[in-house]
Design a protein around this ligand. Sequence first.
Ligand code: ATP
Length: 361
Amino acid sequence: MYLELQQLSVQYPGQAHPAVNQVSFGLKAGQIGVLIGPSGCGKTTLLRATAGLEPIHAGNISLSGALVSSPTQSVPPEARHMGMVFQDYALFPHLDVGQNVAFGIHHWPTDKRRARVADVLDLVGLGTQRRRYPHELSGGQQQRVALARALAPSPKLLLLDEPFSNLDVDLRERLAQELRTILKEAGATALFVTHDQLEAFAIGDLIGVMHEGRLHQWADAYTLYHRPATRFVADFIGHGVFAPARVELHEENGVTHKHVVTPLGELHGINLAEQDRLTLGPCDVLLRADDIVHDDAATVQAKIINKAFRGNEFLYTLQLKTGETVMAHVPSHHDHRLGEWIGIRPEVDHVVTFACEPASS
Ligand SMILES: Nc1ncnc2c1ncn2[C@@H]1O[C@H](COP(=O)(O)OP(=O)(O)OP(=O)(O)O)[C@@H](O)[C@H]1O
């Protein structure tokens, strides 16, 4: 691995619990990793430890085969050759765009420096803005200047901490796509922190979900969504609910299968690898909004108790006769009223179950 964190723990003085607790993951050169999790889960602390800005208490961090952090050894931040981009663009207001971008390479020979500034400004789409000052630029443009400045010295690793959080939602989504393209073109290895899933999905090759200092899962977006390793990940990523269910044996044509009995009916056709993972008996099954199909012919009826228009579809919150609540994505031409009963059936590609948890009061 190019960047490797092993059993990393960081604890602030006077705090009862570590802010980062035994976290391990790796990135290959050129990969983009994203850390996502609720406020206070330890994302920024992990990023700062990687940059060498926080001492670590256990474990180690290595970059490009060299140890940069351990409890007894720490390469100073400036010697790690990492670039950083934060949410406040931190541009120098009295320097123009070109001078801002040249800041980290001021010791380079003039010709080489000019060429590099022009290259990275082109890369971020600001090739014609070199002479402008930060206050003459939009927030999105300023953030691209900050990115160009961080990329200019060709850092070994780029660290980005919620760089778009001061920007409006539309711009954030566009910049997230652009950022991925720019980083891939630059061949940069990057670690990005956000609390926004869409941003994480748009940017990351690998995404780590953190909660209370722990890394619950480190995987690509598809796996996080379809194979969440913990209840926390299942809950945090995507819309869905846990419904009480039972894994039972079922015989058909002399062959025994496992199937899952849910309040919406039985989930059949579970592939063999998935069946192996299922333990017989009671469980909670994850039902995502896209696992529930609206079907007038279905035997299970549910009452619409909430609906949110999302352009091409509605997100309906539905209550079953048995009292459970599920969610469903339904094409937006099926515009039903609140309180109406509609037919639904499960169409689950990946069955995800967890051990039962007592219902919270
Ligand atoms: N300098 C500090 N001293 C003591 N505790 C701190 C310090 N910085 C952060 N913490 C605590 O460490 C934990 C992790 O904080 P951190 O800022 O890493 O979380 P985060 O996931 O980045 O949150 P956010 O999304 O709100 O920025 C929190 O409980 C926080 O209160």
